[in-house]
Design a protein around this ligand. Structure first.
Ligand code: GDP
Ligand code: IMO
Ligand code: MG
Length: 427
């Protein structure tokens, strides 16, 4: 298999993990390169469901190296829970590797994220997962972060904490009115975190990556979140704090951009979003409820009901552009099995001026004035969840997919018609 990057092309939860899990069979190395336990990745293998937050979705195969890369943020308590759950299922974790350069989420990051969300009003609210993601990345970028490698250098960590902790405690107490942390407590926690991570830390990652390139091993990059949640390219400020676009695969993994063979975007046949922010095709009606019910659209990480809406080709085209997608995987096509009509948004219309937008307007403030321009497609009204070949799909399903390809300007290489590995059509 060519080296492949799998990314979300919408607002997350597109079914990336299912696609990653299938492609992982032919990969040697699978690497998660950004995000943290805000991600909720579901893999269904022979009727058994696995949910991952930090561990790459390739872990269910034996003899694969599964990296948690430098661009990720790790909350060791959640990682530990994930590890313990997989051990109970007798999943082999000998291939799990953690980058010494990944950032560590500390309890104060969780405190700040929770407080900021709980006290935010109106447009201030982002609807984060409260997993400390934003505050951990903030500290990383402001150079006050703690990296995995720091957990194994107690002297260095102690000196670092002498600088960081007084500032952090000032922020916690004076800005947020939260409780401060003692250095002793943080050092004790860091010792616990080191014990969790120790069996998996990959201090030899440079040799492993070097050898992988020399031996032409195949690498699969697993994205979290999606293009529209990207901190640079998404619906800012209603985004996460990392780079889910394909470029993030290289800044976050330690492999260079010349490694990209295929870049597959994953999109649902409709769209969902959790949390706040613009969503042009959102359906606050019976149809939206029907999609939520049939598609089981509730968050993997937080359990929140996902907002649902029609496929937005303006968003898809934007993802193709900013991530250089070579093809798209369309998931959850089966959710439309009982729909008479299916709509697709082809552009936005400014209700003030009548102006038509064919490209994504990146200023979120104007979105309240935009309405989607729709075209309507006839449904196929049959059960497609057992179909294995593209030719066997109903004509109307094929027409729908062909139209999406035309609008997005990229081919659809994978079609998913159910959560299981086997419910997948390759073209
Ligand atoms: P991710 O975050 O992109 O990996 O996606 P999630 O795991 O959060 O959400 C996708 C959900 O859709 C999971 O519950 C999957 O099991 C499920 N799923 C994936 N592909 C399909 C599909 O083609 N059809 C149906 N019905 N469910 C799917
Ligand atoms: P996967 O990898 C869907 C959303 C949150 C919120 C915004 C910021 O499963 O697709 P954060 O906690 O990251 O600071 O929250 O991003 N969000 C996701 N939405 N899927 C995800 O991950 C998400 N990770 C974060 O709901 O709107
Ligand atoms: Mg998810």
């Amino acid at each position: 298999m060519k080296n492949t990057v799998v990314i979300g092309a919408q607002w997350g939860d597109e079914g990336k993990a299912k696609i990653t899990d299938i492609l992982a069979e032919s990969a040697d190395i699978i690497i998660r390169y950004q995000g943290g336990c805000n991600a909720g990745h579901t893999v269904v293998n022979n009727g058994k469901t696995f949910k991952f937050h930090l561990i790459p979705s390739g872990i269910l195969y034996k003899n694969k190296l599964c990296f948690i890369g430098a661009g990720t943020v790790i909350y060791p308590d959640v990682l530990n829970e994930e590890i313990e759950n997989l051990k109970k299922e007798n999943i082999d974790l000998s291939g799990l590797k953690i980058s010494p350069l990944a950032s560590v989420t500390m309890p104060y990051h969780i405190d700040i994220d929770g407080y900021s969300e709980d006290t935010a009003k109106g447009k201030e609210k982002i609807g984060t997962t409260k997993k400390g993601i934003g505050p951990t990345y903030t500290d990383k970028v402001s150079r006050h972060g703690i990296k995995v490698q720091d957990l194994f250098d107690i002297d260095g960590l102690s000196k670092k904490l002498d600088i960081i902790l007084p500032l952090k405690n000032k922020e916690l107490t004076q800005i947020y009115g939260l409780k401060p942390y003692s250095k002793e407590l943080i050092l004790t926690l860091c010792q616990k975190y080191a014990d969790i991570i120790k069996p998996y830390i990959s201090n030899d990652w440079q040799k492993i990556f070097h050898d992988a390139i020399q031996q032409k091993k195949s690498v699969l990059f697993e994205g979290a979140q999606g293009v529209m949640l990207d901190v640079d390219w998404g619906t800012y400020p209603y985004v996460t704090s990392s780079n889910p676009v394909a470029g993030g695969a290289f800044t976050g993994s330690g492999f260079g951009p010349n490694m990209a063979g295929e870049i597959i975007g994953v999109s649902k046949a409709y769209i969902t979003r959790v949390g706040e922010g613009p969503f042009a095709t959102e359906l606050n009606d019976e149809t939206g409820e029907k999609i939520r019910k049939i598609g089981h659209e509730f968050g993997t990480t937080t359990g929140r009901p996902r907002r649902t809406g029609w496929f937005d080709a303006v968003v898809a085209k934007y993802g193709v552009l900013v991530s250089g997608l070579t093809s798209m995987a369309v998931t959850k096509l089966d959710v439309f099995d009982t729909f008479n009509e299916i709509k697709v948004c082809t552009a936005y219309k400014d209700t003030r001026t009548g102006e038509i937008y064919e490209y994504y307007p990146t200023n979120v403030n104007i979105h309240e004035y935009l309405e989607p321009v729709y075209e309507t497609h006839a449904g196929w009204l049959s059960d497609i969840s057992g179909i294995k070949k593209y030719e066997d799909l109903p004509e109307n399903a094929k027409k729908y997919l062909a139209r999406l390809e035309e609008l997005m300007g990229v081919k659809i290489s994978i079609i998913s018609v159910g959560p299981d590995r086997h419910q997948t059509i390759f073209r």
